[in-house]
Ligand binder design. Structure first.
Ligand code: DX5
Ligand code: ZN
Length: 215
């Protein structure tokens, strides 16, 4: 399984150092959690913080916009290093148009759903997206407990993509740790996000390596 450590749980006063650690561990993406205090009850950081990492690492950015009106901010997050920009289904009035816009910028698209949103809410958009991000906690904070029903959604999506011959990736975000990683991988997850499990570990580098090794 690929791993996208979330810098939400990193040491902001030494962000570049923390990112070096996950780079040595072999992290596949840097998960960038952007929160606006409206869509979710917390404020994190914006594009300037993400861009401050350019030149310090070559790990591609996996941007997760937990914000209202994402259309207004998407362009700010487009860089040479931006691999994915994910928006929330619940925050987009014209989701199809938003995904098209991201794609015109040469960036891969992602759509995320909250724990209370069913997979069926994505049925008309699965052909249009490169990735689906299943929230396994209610978005807003790191360090929360994994909500097991997220696994059902991963299995459902995995089946849909096989039956319909679609190629979107499945990412899971929230409460991922060494204990549940195997079950998450087996359900069909391609990319796991982990914040506290990575950055609060005694040895960050080793923890990245251990989580990535889960099959
Ligand atoms: C939650 C964020 C997650 C979170 C993951 O709103 O989208 O990416 O930071 O952190 P952990 O792994 O600590 O649940
Ligand atoms: Zn996230």
């Amino acid at each position: 399984m690929k791993l996208a450590p979330s810098i939400l749980s990193a040491d902001f006063s030494a962000l570049a150092d923390d990112v070096k650690k996950i780079e040595r561990g072999g992290a596949d993406y840097i998960h960038v959690d952007v929160m606006d205090g409206h869509f979710v009850p917390n404020i994190s950081f914006g594009a300037a913080v993400m861009k401050s990492l350019l030149g310090h690492t070559e790990i591609p950015f996996d941007v997760h916009l937990m914000i209202e009106n994402p259309d207004q901010y998407i362009d700010d997050f487009v860089t040479e290093q931006t691999a994915f920009i994910t928006v929330h289904q619940e925050a987009c009035r014209h989701l199809h148009r938003t995904l098209q816009h991201i794609r015109t910028k040469g960036v891969k698209t992602g759509v995320s759903i909250n724990p209370a949103t069913p997979v069926s809410a994505l049925s008309c958009i699965l052909e249009e997206t490169d990735m689906v991000l299943i929230m396994s906690v209610n978005p807003g904070f790191g360090g929360q407990k994994f909500i097991p029903s997220a696994l059902k959604k991963v299995r459902e999506l995995d089946q849909i993509r096989r039956e319909q011959n679609l190629h979107f990736l499945i990412e899971i975000d929230g409460g991922v740790n060494l204990e549940n990683a195997e079950e998450i991988a087996r359900a069909g997850t391609d990319i796991a996000v982990a914040g506290s499990a990575v950055f609060h570990a005694e040895n960050v580098e080793e923890r990245v390596w251990a989580l990535k090794a889960v099959k």
